[in-house]
Write a protein that binds this ligand. Structure first.
Ligand SMILES: [Zn+2]
Length: 176
């Protein structure tokens, strides 16, 4: 987060950072919280393969990620994920079929601002190899064996943690 030097309400310079995520104005008492943001990602699984997408934009451009993204105001995690899968891959999936997998803390540095996020991942078991289009902030997509995830080219700490957990569960036959 860059330093915020002026109160967004009264433009006073008596706008001070209180702690890691809170600013307060001594002039007009305005308070600002740079709260954690929610994201959702999909573990799209067909047989023993997982779909990964290549990031078209920074941060981590060119690295493998899960399809998904930031949740908008008024959306549930499942609704936001359903929207993102449509925007990024042209998929139309039923939000009620997402099965919660787990959540992982992450940091996302974009355009000079460090966003702290809580990334929630959902499993969606596909019955066939659906047709996909790479668009929006997705450059390409590829199926990867759950036994051979390219961890060295995976974008974020949260995604690595989620995929590690998925690989371990897969060895215990849950997703077979
Ligand atoms: Zn103020």
């Amino acid at each position: 987060m860059p330093s915020l030097r002026y109160c967004p309400q009264c433009a006073s310079t008596k706008f001070k950072q209180i702690d890691v995520k809170q600013w307060a104005c001594e002039q007009c008492q305005f308070n600002y919280f740079h709260n954690m943001a929610s994201t959702a990602g999909a573990l799209l699984i067909f047989e023993d393969e997982l779909l990964l997408v290549e990031r078209a934009i920074n941060p981590q451009k060119g690295y493998w990620d899960l399809p998904g993204g930031f949740i908008e105001y008024g959306e549930s995690l499942e609704q936001g994920l359903q929207r993102e899968l449509n925007e990024e891959l042209g998929l139309e999936l039923a939000a009620e079929k997402f099965v919660y997998f787990g959540s992982f803390a992450n940091q996302y540095f974009y355009n000079q601002v460090l966003y702290h996020t809580c990334d929630s991942f959902f499993v969606y078991q596909l019955n066939n190899r659906v047709s996909l289009q790479a668009r929006d902030d997705v450059a390409a997509w590829q199926w990867h064996s759950l036994k051979n995830i390219p961890f060295e080219r995976v974008a974020f700490k949260s995604v690595k943690q989620g995929l590690t957990q998925l690989s371990q569960q897969n060895q215990n036959t849950i997703y077979k």
